[in-house]
Write a protein that binds this ligand. Structure first.
Ligand code: ZN
Length: 216
């Protein structure tokens, strides 16, 4: 008769041990499920999105400075590039979300306050530095990981960055006396054009030029 409570106690202890084991086994498998094979690509897309966010804020600020200096062409270019960067940010965020990542934009962006000439020179240097130091390795990693969608978004971003450099260089009177007057931005991929050489269709995403956002 005295063995019965001990048996019940042993059965209770065994049940507790089984429950604890089941809990840990289930937590372990959810951790395994949560680990995404795209962690590196997600981190690259996150970095690219944050870069684009900061540049969009910076270019908007530079446009305000150019307007105060009565340099309307540079102001138009900076506004067009700000929109272009914002669209690219959203595209990178979309890609990142589809891979299971989450994005929080930078809460604060430090903007620089120089003359338009200095802002153009600084922006050209930064774009060129980002292209070689960040964009090219990010594209290589996405291609190596076999993620063509992420690679496409990053390639678009890199190509548009090169276009930004070309358009900013054309604002230098020593390089080009007149420079382009108007700009257009593809609302789907953020590709940017000076309207003198504007395509009928965006070569990245095939959006028709009638849908472009014009800066005149
Ligand atoms: Zn496009």
């Amino acid at each position: 008769m005295k063995a019965r409570p001990i048996l019940i106690l042993l059965l209770f202890a065994a049940s507790v041990l089984v429950l604890v084991w089941l809990y840990h086994a289930s937590a372990g498998s959810s951790r395994k499920r949560a680990a995404s094979p795209w962690q590196e690509t997600i981190a690259d897309l996150d970095e690219c999105s944050r870069d684009k966010h900061a540049r969009s804020a910076q270019y908007t600020h530079f446009a305000d400075i150019a307007e105060r200096e009565n340099d309307r062409q540079s102001a138009r270019l900076f506004r067009a590039m700000a929109l272009s960067e914002g669209i690219q940010e959203q595209n990178c965020v979309k890609a990142l979300s589809r891979l299971g990542g989450t994005y929080v934009p930078p809460s604060k962006v430090v903007v620089f306050r120089n003359s338009t000439g200095e802002n153009l020179a600084r922006s050209i240097d930064l774009e060129q530095h980002r292209f070689t130091e960040r964009m090219c390795p990010q594209i290589d990693r996405a291609v190596s990981a076999g993620n063509r969608y992420a690679a496409k978004m990053l390639i678009w971003s890199a190509a548009i960055g090169r276009q930004h450099v070309r358009l900013m260089q054309a604002r230098n009177p020593a390089v080009c006396a007149a420079g382009p007057l108007d700009y257009a931005v593809c609302p789907v991929c953020g590709n940017i054009y000076d309207t003198e050489f504007c395509d009928h269709y965006c070569p990245h995403c095939l959006t028709g030029c009638k849908d472009f956002v014009w800066f005149r």
